[in-house]
Design a protein around this ligand. Structure first.
Ligand SMILES: [Zn+2]
Length: 118
């Protein structure tokens, strides 16, 4: 009966504090890992955003140059453009008075031509 109780050995001295130290170390390591993970993913997101922005730019979704807009005004007027491209031209026209004037002039010209044809 009592022999069973004696077979159980108490933890050696220092074992628990060693374990605690090891756990604390692990926790510090994981904190560092988390910081690196979040920092890394944040910069990754930033990188993807930049790459995406550049890609969208080449697709004609971001800022257009006045020259590009003006060369496509006729197609834009005729609704002959890709929806995305047409949208970005519209966006440009809404904020660029110079191109807006050109577009309005072209439109007026068309209207007056139609009037003359009547
Ligand atoms: Zn413009």
């Amino acid at each position: 009966m009592t022999s069973k109780k004696k077979s159980w050995n108490p933890c050696p001295k220092g074992e628990l504090s060693n374990l605690a130290a090891r756990l604390g170390c692990k926790r510090r390591m994981s904190a560092m890992c988390l910081a690196m993970f979040y920092g890394g993913s944040a910069s990754l997101v930033l990188l993807f955003a930049m790459v995406g922005y550049t890609l969208l730019g080449t697709m004609g979704l971001s800022e257009l140059e006045c020259k590009t807009v003006q060369t496509h005004l006729v197609e834009y007027r005729a609704n002959d453009l890709d929806t995305r491209f047409s949208n970005s031209i519209e966006h440009h026209l809404n904020k660029c008075g110079h191109c807006r004037k050109k577009y309005d002039a072209m439109r007026d010209e068309r209207v007056s031509m139609a009037w003359h044809q009547r």
